[in-house]
Design a protein around this ligand. Structure first.
Ligand SMILES: Cc1ncc(C[n+]2csc(CCOP(=O)(O)OP(=O)(O)O)c2C)c(N)n1
Ligand SMILES: [Mg+2]
Length: 729
């Protein structure tokens, strides 16, 4: 950043300044003051109701400027938090860009008016879009660092390729880049913080964790969040770290710590932890008043440590700047902030017509014909040497993963128990695990432990790291072991993975695949191994949700999921994994099915059942019985993908039959069928001869005893009964 002052004093050689010369000290001071002035200007605009939210970096400037100066924008990677104005200013985000975000302008490059101010994003500077969630970003930094290491060890993986997401995911890497992530001391209580520390430490990743400790999390003091009141003391035993606990109001001390931290990371020795003690003079945000919970004495003691006042005094004392020069500098920065604010207020507002832009990839449409590829002729060899005969869903998912990994070196697979054996030496003597359902069997053995590996037992870790991998251009295909345990990752899925593209106005995207075994009908799965709940995910804009009912569809849809440019939740029904229903020959390495294309699995004229997953074979059974015993011809539609779904196929069928049932395995109320039924009632009312009916599970969880499980989940008898009743209208 340019300096505003000319005619400087001689370079300062004082050891107390770590060899920083006068120019550099003034540069630090300038950035600190500009950050504060921008906060002050934003506060003024908020009070004038020209902006809508304000949260400041006040009191954190020294630590943040030091972090920014120690690292290289556009080379290193940054996962800041919402208080990091001074950091981002130092990295090169302009005052005007900041003000454009504050007013929510169309020209706000970070989010196009979608995010609150100070929710940073810049592709050029490598600042990855941040959310408001405390601590979710630290896992992204871990995945990003892993991706950087991966590309430096597999440079061929960085090559662009046409025909899949790689055409739109640029890759840069250097081999010694660092990922910086910042968070507050309160946020260190989040599980994601510990999940990130775990992997960064274990894998010796080049991640700098910067804890900006201002002593409060809104109104909650540090000792309530952190036992003993000091996070440094608690993390001290993590292996491979460089640790520094510093006065976060002293930029010289902070810069020394960050330089050492970066050196440690770049040398490949492991991560670093810089814990800076700051102050928070402006309350948590403009929506908070700290006078309600902090004593006057405490606030006065804080004020004495104000980093800007201290730096000002330091420059004066050292004779680097005179009173007059400081005044002039501060006035010019005030003007700079005011002018940035004024310019932003002139900027155009976002257009309503563009609200849905960047929910999904505009570059690559997974519903398009590019993903409509016929199965190859069954060959005697097939994949994996299992012959040309019918193969299970497990076989064909495994075959797809294998084929895609051969084709695309950017794919990594990780999750709980997915490796053949983490202790590689055992592989000479044992067969290998390859997943609790064996979906990933043999993949570590073929592709190596840096492409297929076990994660810690931590679901947010799995998905959060995938976000970091994916923003760097890789394709993580991760596994959540059971749908029942996806909930710790829900925050990452809903608030990060699925939102990355929309909230950054297309600046970033995280097109990862999450494979998840789901569902019941497995006799004894009980509450925690039988859950459904897909509608909770189809309700998330930005996420694709796929739910195949047979081996061939699973193979073709997984290929589309992997090659496409959107995040995908790929649901695999456990009961269908090894069923004789729906087996198919190996369809070759290019077979693909577009998303949003349902399949009429049984044509009929009297009534339509719209369904998916394990209810497909159960509906077919009921439909057959309906024909045999009642002469009713039922049309059965397998949706195959739940978001997007094939409305046209539903509408065509309902127009023909005028009677429709939506059948699904999840609990009846608030389920996936509610949306489909409501839309049919809304748009096809004139075509209906009977009310729209739903069939689902009872509104409970699935019980252990099979007698109870059978009663709770939808069965062919119940589907048949509904078919017969609906035909009577
Ligand atoms: C996951 C999550 N929970 C709660 C909040 C609401 N919230 C926003 S900031 C904050 C306190 C954060 O304190 P700290 O980590 O110390 O950072 P500071 O704001 O003090 O810099 C809370 C509870 C949130 N944004 N995200
Ligand atoms: Mg705090």
């Amino acid at each position: 950043m340019e300096l505003a002052i000319s005619g400087l004093s001689a370079p300062n050689t004082d050891a107390a300044y770590d060899g920083l010369d006068a120019q550099q000290l003034i540069q630090i001071f300038r950035l600190m003051v500009l950050s504060r002035r921008l906060d002050d200007r934003e506060i003024l605009l908020k009070r004038q109701q020209k902006t809508f939210f304000q949260i400041s970096a006040a009191g954190h400037e020294a630590l943040q400027v030091a972090a920014g100066l120690a690292l290289r924008p556009g080379y290193d990677w940054f996962f800041p938090y919402y208080r990091d104005r001074a950091l981002c200013l130092t990295l090169g985000v302009t005052p005007e860009a900041m003000m454009l975000q504050a007013v929510g302008a169309a020209t706000d490059l970070a989010s196009g008016g979608r995010q609150m101010p100070t929710h940073w994003s810049s592709r050029a500077l490598h600042i990855v879009s941040t959310s408001s969630c405390t601590a979710s970003q630290v896992l992204h930094a871990v995945g990003c660092a892993e991706a950087g290491r991966y590309f430096s060890e597999h440079p061929e993986a960085a090559a662009k390729a046409d025909g899949d997401y790689r055409a739109f995911r640029d890759v840069t890497f250097h081999g010694d880049e660092v990922a910086l992530t910042c968070l507050g001391e309160g946020a260190t209580s989040e599980g994601e913080f510990w999940e990130a520390m775990n992997t960064a430490s274990n894998s010796k990743l080049p991640v700098i964790f910067c804890v900006e400790d201002n002593g409060y999390a809104i109104s909650v003091p540090v000792e309530v969040n952190t036992p003993g009141g000091n996070i440094s003391r608690i993390v001290a035993n993590f292996p491979n770290f460089y640790f520094a606990e510093v006065d976060g109001t002293d930029p010289v001390v902070c810069l020394r710590a960050f330089k050492a931290a970066a050196e440690h990371c770049r040398a490949g020795l492991g991560p670093a932890f810089v814990h800076g003690h700051c102050i928070r003079p402006y309350s948590h945000s403009l929506s908070d008043d700290e006078k309600l919970y902090r004593s006057p004495a405490e606030r006065e003691a804080d004020a004495l440590r104000d980093p800007i006042t201290r730096m000002r005094e330091r420059l004066l004392r050292a004779g680097i700047l005179s009173e007059d020069e400081i005044k002039k500098l501060e006035q010019s920065l005030d003007r700079e902030a005011a002018e940035a604010g004024a310019r932003a207020l002139e900027a155009p507002l976002p257009e309503i017509s563009r609200i849905t832009e960047h929910v999904y990839s505009e570059d690559l449409d997974p519903c398009g014909t590019a993903f409509d590829k016929e199965p190859a002729q069954a060959t005697a060899a097939g994949d994996g040497g299992k012959g040309a005969g019918p193969r299970t869903m497990v076989d064909l998912i495994n075959a797809c993963l294998r084929d895609e990994m051969r084709r695309d070196p950017r794919i990594v697979i990780y999750g709980e128990d997915v490796a053949d054996a983490s202790r590689e030496e055992a592989l000479a003597e044992v067969k290998g695990k390859g997943g609790v359902f064996k979906l990933t069997a043999g993949l570590q053995t073929e592709f190596g432990s840096d492409r297929v590996f076990n994660s810690p037992l931590a679901e947010a870790n799995i998905v959060g790291r995938a976000v970091g991998y994916a923003v760097r251009g890789m394709k993580p295909v991760v596994e959540i072991q059971f749908f029942d345990y996806i909930w710790p990752a829900m925050h990452q899925i809903r608030n990060e993975l699925s939102l990355m593209r929309w909230r950054s106005y297309g600046g970033w995207a995280a097109p990862a695949v999450i494979r998840v075994p789901i569902g019941g009908y497995i006799s004894g799965g009980a509450i925690y191994h039988s859950q459904s709940g897909e509608s909770l995910f189809t309700h998330i804009p930005g996420l694709r949700v796929v739910f195949p009912s047979n081996a061939l569809d699973a193979n073709g849809l997984l290929r589309t999921a992997i090659r496409c440019d959107d995040p995908v939740l790929f649901l695999e029904h456990k009961r269908l994994y090894r069923e004789s229903y729906g087996r198919a020959p190996y369809p070759g390495p290019e077979f693909a099915i577009p998303f949003g294309k349902a399949k009429v699995v049984r044509p009929g004229t009297d009534l339509t059942v719209v369904t998916y997953g394990a209810v497909v074979p159960r509906t077919l059974q009921a439909a057959e019985q309906a024909r045999r015993e009642h002469g009713i011809e039922v049309e059965v539609i397998d949706l195959r993908t739940l978001s997007p779904y094939d409305w046209e196929a539903i509408a065509n069928s309902v127009r023909k039959t005028s009677r429709v049932i939506v059948a699904y395995e999840d609990a009846l109320s608030w389920g996936y069928g509610a949306e489909i039924a409501a839309r049919i009632a809304d748009e096809l009312f004139e075509d209906l001869d009977a009310p729209v009916k739903r069939i689902g599970a009872m509104d409970t969880f699935v019980a252990y005893q099979p007698v109870l499980e059978d009663a709770i989940l939808p069965q062919p008898t119940g589907i048949l009964k509904a078919i017969v009743e609906l035909r009577k209208f």
